[in-house]
Design a protein around this ligand. Structure first.
Ligand SMILES: [Fe+2]
Length: 319
């Protein structure tokens, strides 16, 4: 196999003082051997079908050791798993409690403080016609373009949204399909095309979300940050991205614009994009993977979403 990584070299871009990739390891642009080894392992173990990601969970509030192991195996391989459970509490409060317990079984406890969350940290993703969520695309029946969660509220790798649960209570009558892509695959595609595209997207000023107003009128300043970043403690790759055209300002240089176009190309038709339409009592557990949503109608679609600054993991394990 010949890869861009093995060939090495970069076609210009940031100067040495601007480098924002790690000194060593798989995400260092100076360590092509480590990258090539990780890349080959990552692609070799990658599930290609949504069905390969599904794990049946009998009781969401208390996944068994084997159910947990099956989910973690998929997280290790793809940074995401799909779960399905038959046992549904039916009751809204009970269902919410089960979901929080499910996250905690994977060490997910640091829940984002979101303006629209309930006291337990769960945000209801549904169509609204009044209240603080009105006017925001997630709470309509419209399509949502590719993004990672929390891209507009980045305050360093430590505080970034690292994981997410998306749990379906009620599907739409039609539509509401989610496509999912692991950021590691996006990284690999771009680095193999040209490592300088990664260099551009790891810059700390690659993507700016201009100042705006949050629901409730609270002002939010410009949010500036990279697209790809590496968590300093875990060494994990994080990603901050939106494919929306409005309300995003890209660093104004040819390399950044080329990198964004390449990324959009990957999101258009990469063979490792997974597509799913969640039914009731099904959900996604993931390390904040790229995702979108198609338009939907009818059925009173209701999803619960919980976002965490922890990655999906093994509580009690040394890491
Ligand atoms: Fe999202």
């Amino acid at each position: 196999m010949t890869s861009a990584a093995a060939r090495g070299g970069r076609s210009g871009g940031a100067g040495a003082g601007d480098r924002s990739w790690p000194k060593a390891g798989r995400f260092s642009l100076d360590d092509n051997l480590a990258y090539a080894e990780w890349r080959d392992q990552t692609l070799a173990r990658r599930p290609t079908m949504a069905e390969d990601l599904v794990v049946e969970v009998r009781d969401l509030a208390a996944p068994t050791p084997s159910e947990r192991a099956e989910i973690l195996r998929r997280i290790d391989a793809a940074n995401m798993a799909l779960y399905a459970t038959n046992a549904d509490a039916g009751d809204d409060e009970l269902s919410r409690r089960d979901l929080i317990a499910f996250g905690a079984a994977f060490g997910m406890v640091a829940i984002e403080d979101h303006r629209s969350a309930g006291a337990d940290g769960i945000v209801r993703i549904e169509v609204v016609d009044h209240g603080g969520r009105l006017g925001y695309i997630p709470y309509t029946d419209r399509a949502i373009n590719w993004h990672t969660d929390g891209y507009y509220n980045f305050h360093g790798p430590d505080r970034a949204i690292a994981a997410m649960l998306l749990h379906c209570r009620r599907p739409a009558a039609s539509g509401g399909i989610n496509r999912l892509l692991d950021p590691e695959i996006a990284y690999i595609r771009l680095r193999d095309e040209d490592p300088s595209l990664i260099e551009a997207l790891m810059r700390g000023d690659a993507m700016t979300i201009p100042a705006g107003e949050e629901a409730g009128g609270r002002p939010r300043p410009d949010n500036v940050g990279p697209v790809f970043f590496v968590h300093p403690r875990t060494g994990a790759l994080g990603m901050r991205f939106t494919a929306r055209k409005r309300n995003v300002v890209w660093r104004d240089d040819p390399l950044t614009h080329r990198a964004v176009q390449s990324l959009l190309g990957v999101l258009h038709d990469d063979p490792l994009i997974v597509e799913t339409r969640l039914a009731a009592r099904e959900g996604v557990i993931c390390n904040n993977v790229l995702h979108d949503r198609s338009v939907f109608s009818g059925g009173g679609r209701l999803l619960y979403r919980v976002r965490y600054t922890d990655r999906v993991g093994r509580p009690g394990a040394l890491s």
